[in-house]
Design a protein around this ligand. Sequence first.
Ligand code: C2E
Ligand code: CA
Ligand code: CA
Length: 718
Amino acid sequence: MTLPTPPLEPKADALRHCDNGASDCQELLGVLREALELSGGSVLLLDPQSGEIAGSAGSREHEASLGRLHTSAWSEPILRAFRKQPEGRIGTRFTTVDGRVVTAEINYRSTTLSGQTYILIHLQDASQMQAARSQVEQLNQLLREAERLTQLGSWELIHATGELIWSEGTYLIFGTDPESLTPSYEAFLSAIHPDDRALVDRTYRQSVETRRPYQITHRLQGANGVIKVVEERGTTTYSADGRPERSIGTVQDVSRLFAYEQELRRVAFVDRLTQLPNRPAALQALEDRLAAMEADHEASAEMVILSIDLDDFRAFNDTFGADAGDRLLQDVGSILRGLLPDEAFVARLEGDEYLIIHSLQAAPELPSEREAARLRFAADLQQRLAGSSSLGTPLEFLPSVAMGLTHAPEQSSDPQALLQNASTAVAEAKRRGKGQICLYTAEISQRIRERVRLESDLEKAISREQFMLYLQPQVDGSGVIAGAEMLLRWRHHSGYLIKPDVFIPLAERSGQIDTISNWVIEETCRIAKGWHQAGHQAPRLAINISAAQISRDATGLAQRLISSVADHGLDPEMMEFEITETALIHDPERSRSDLLALTRAGFHLAIDDFGTGYASLQVLHMLPVHKLKIDTSFVDKLEHDSAIHAIVKNIILMAHELGLQVLAEGVETERQWDILRQLGCDLFQGHLFGKAMAPAQFQQQFITPPHSETDQTIETSI
Ligand code: C2E
Ligand code: CA
Ligand code: CA
């Protein structure tokens, strides 16, 4: 604007006509000051008689430009108007000395000073005003546009009057307009989602009180039920005596951003398959709940962290395929969710491992009772889970699960450590067998550390000649020796005899199983060759082949077996291989060609632990198998469980139909042996006939005829 705001104090030297004495001068000054205050622009006093300027107040430049201008250029139209009407407003155009054409807006009024009439003129450059106005309008437009684009609005609250002023953007965000609503703090509060209202009110009031700006994200609830998320910022100014004067602020619609953030959170914290929270979400939940517990100072509350792992999930996946595996995982997830109260946290960590976080309110005082309560919670869940039907899979019921428990804050208040504890406990539960529940203890961790040490010892076991092969007799229906299973033993340098259940899984994981297996094959061949050379009639020797080896390199293994036996000049007919069903299901087509290579070479093949996996007899039909070994778990329950009795009966019937022999493992009692014989079982193995024993003892008892009458249940040192 070229008409700058003039200084409030009119300049004395501008009062050229002020020659009627000091009092008049004062009066004139007073009028001009008042006029200036009222108008906010340049003010002139015009003498209607002479048409000359009697005084002026405004910027020096302004005065200069007007002074050098022939007054009549703009005074003529004013004088004309003044004669008609003593007060009014006119618009006029004139040219300044520097050739600029000015469109002026002039307000005039008559005033009397020392008995003389003057015209008091307020002169404004209309063209500049126009430009300024349109500039302001443009800026406003831009601001409105910016507000619209950024979904931003601004507001101002005048504390003295309670008046609240909203920008256009604010009206838009609140879904209303100036015609329908007069903004007030109360109207603002009532537009806030009821659940957030108290917090927003408190935050604002605290900000005014503490003199600190505030920022809060909250929801708005529109009349039509539409919920928006807004981010609000505000600050307050204060008078010199400390009273709040104005609060100003902005409000921004961040609904889209919020939804986007929610979506990001969802993707980052939700397991895609089951839609349950995932591991990062579980860690967060643990952290939140631990913090809440600490804040609560509720000494009796306890948090149970339960890790759940499905039994035989790999086998299930191999048998029914990955799609069915996915459906099973979804089933388990939704069933778990359904079985637990809403406040319990259920997550899928990875694979077939789930996590439950549950608060046991008012946990008992006594440690033993607390432990019992934890176990009860786990056992109850385990039982209800096992009784749930599986909807999306070929199974009727969900498979059994292993459970590992830890509890907070007693065992740890670190989320990572708690997850680790629960995983350790569930790994231990799995190690113990199916459907086990294990409570985390420091000893378990210790045992795991020992296992790691054992793994490194295992590497040196062969070179230190710590392995031994034991033999366990297999007999026919009349108790006559029909074969022997080669069972590996590890004489650790600590003096302990370590069972294969402990170190075979370690060797499978570390890859040492190949070397160990080669040793077993060589040692079996060496024993057989010794008997052969001594002219003994040795029974068929059965070697266990690890599932891990079959799935890794079945072809290489078959070739090695064939060449080892050939190198020792042995008859492959005298050798048998025991393979668990799960090892074959993985890729039956490939297994078939590798197994065929073995059977064509003359080796016998037995399916170990039959009934514990999901292999169907049809699958076995494709494979060149000679024998089924019914798992110990069936033989155990044979006497008392009629369902198991029926299953075993059917396995034997169908196996016979397929031309397979059946061997029952783990026969410990005469009664079991009787029942199995009645059911038509062909061969038997178990403590009733002999435990695994050293080759020398086996030879003495089963190969070289013993001196006394046969005593087939000789106790061994194992
Ligand atoms: P498996 O192949 O099922 O072997 C039978 C297991 O049952 C043996 O345990 C045996 O001692 C035990 N057993 C036999 N009769 C009875 C009985 O009447 N009652 C009871 N309670 N148990 C009986 P072991 O020797 O501890 O072997 C455990 C597992 O280790 C074997 O199970 C087999 O899977 C694996 N294993 C053993 N030796 C080798 C080996 O050389 N290579 C591989 N890859 N695995 C082996
Ligand atoms: Ca076996
Ligand atoms: Ca077995």
